[in-house]
Structure formats: C-alpha cells, structure tokens
Design a protein around this ligand. Sequence first.
Ligand SMILES: NC(=O)c1ccc[n+]([C@@H]2O[C@H](COP(=O)([O-])OP(=O)(O)OC[C@H]3O[C@@H](n4cnc5c(N)ncnc54)[C@H](O)[C@@H]3O)[C@@H](O)[C@H]2O)c1
Length: 258
Amino acid sequence: MANVFRVDNQIAVVLGGAGGIGEAMASGLAEYGAKVVIADISQERVDAVASDIKAKFKGSEAIGVKFDVTDEKSVAALRDKVVSTFGTVDILVNSHGVNVKKMATEITVSDWDFIFNINVRGTMLSCREFGKVMIKNKKGKVINLSSVRGVRATAWGGNEAYASTKAAIDMITRSLASEWAPHKINVNAIGPSTVATKFSEATLNDPAKLQRFLSSCPLGRVGQPSDMVGACVFLASAASDFMTGQILYLDGGLTAIG
Ligand SMILES: NC(=O)c1ccc[n+]([C@@H]2O[C@H](COP(=O)([O-])OP(=O)(O)OC[C@H]3O[C@@H](n4cnc5c(N)ncnc54)[C@H](O)[C@@H]3O)[C@@H](O)[C@H]2O)c1
C-alpha cells in the first residue's frame, strides 16, 4: 500500500510560515514531499525559513513570500504568486495569529479589531482566495490553527478577544467543510494548548501561569512545535480524506479533563 501520509509534489502554502508552529509545519510538509510556500509579514524571515527547508531536505522546493493577512489585495497577490510559481495550490495552512492579553475592562476597540482582523478575517480571506483555486481543481486540504481556547476559558482571564477568535475559526472550519464538501475540499483545524513559541512566551515566563497550565494538562508538559507536525501532515494527506469539519486537539489532554 502506498504511504498515505506522503504529499509528494503537492503545493502547500503556510500563512504565518515564519512563526514557531508554521515553520515546523512547513518543514514537515516539505519532508513528506510537498513544495512549500512560506508566507509571512517579513521578507527576511520567510526567506530564512525557505532556505533552511531547502538545506534540510535535499531536492525540496520552498519559496518565501511577504504578505499581510489583514490586506485583501495582499492575500489575493499571495494566491497569484503561488499559482504563477507552482501552477496551483493543494494544501493551505492558516498558522498566522496574534493575541493581546488584557482584562475585559481594559481592552480597547483597536486591540479587539487588531486580533479579529488577523485571526478571523485573515483566515476567512485566505480561505476565500485559495478556495477559488481549490474549487476549480475539485481538490484541496485546508488546515486552520484554532486553540483549546476556542472551547475552554483561560483560568487567569484576560483572553476574551483571542478565545472568541478561535471559537470563530472553529465555526469557519465547520461551515466551510460543509460548503466545500461537494468540491472535495477537506477543511479541518488543529487546536493546540500551550506550545513553546514566541507567541506563548508570556505564559512560559510566568511561573504561576506555567504551573497552572501544567496542572491542567494530563501529559504535564508544554507542547513543542514538532508536536504539531504529524497532525498537519495527516490533515494534508490522503490519510484524512474521510475527515472534514473537525478540530483535532493537540493539547496534552487538557480538553479531556477540563
Ligand atoms: N503557541 C501557542 O501556544 C499556541 C496555542 C494555540 C494556538 N496557537 C495558534 O497557532 C498559530 C501559530 O502560532 P505560533 O505559536 O506559531 O505563533 P508565532 O507568533 O510564532 O507565529 C505567528 C505568525 O503569524 C504572523 N503574522 C502575524 N500577523 C500577521 C499578518 N498581519 N500577516 C501575516 N502574518 C502575520 C507572525 O509574523 C508570526 O510569524 C496561531 O494561530 C496561534 O493562535 C498557538
């Protein structure tokens, strides 16, 4: 039987690909045979990730593209660049994301709009633009980055905006899974708990928060970006062809007991 996890010659684009989780996922997809596009806000960082991937996996193809997920023209231009370089797109990973942690009485409208524009509107814009290509092809795999925070509140508060963006991403995932099922496009999400990246530094550097997190996690540790790779390859490959509209929690068991 062919290896159902291989994604040889599939074209994968990873938004937020210069971030901790995005980089690991892009690298994993390249290792399993995909040609990858690293998309993020800094040209220097996307180029560095693309070079690392090419150096790590002999014969792999990777390019970096600078874009801004809050700008719909930029998202469409990214789609055009991917298609003009590689001819199509098969796998879309939405791993961009931000948080601004403030207590409910402190958060400003501009904080709220900043988080929602990147996390929710950005994910929908990316799905809209890349979905047009996938619908034409009658083929595609979309992987959104959700979070345990889409279904579980943070014990120490200050996370209303972020948590509600992740709940919205869960519903975008389920709604698109339904809308695009006739086009043979699978839409799923990955819901991590705390993963050691720049994104989670504030939690990791606060001993009380870290202890509280660890005590809520049966496996008793923080996730690593490498812990995210297997599920990403699974959701990008034929191994997940009968799965759509699901949120796969990579959380050390946090949602099992919470
Ligand atoms: N690290 C965690 O603990 C954790 C837990 C659960 C979910 N997540 C989710 O996983 C995803 C990736 O997180 P990470 O840990 O890799 O974070 P990260 O901060 O390392 O990476 C996020 C990336 O998004 C990019 N980005 C931000 N604004 C952008 C914009 N306007 N346009 C394009 N790109 C933009 C950043 O430049 C960055 O490279 C996010 O959606 C995050 O919410 C992370």
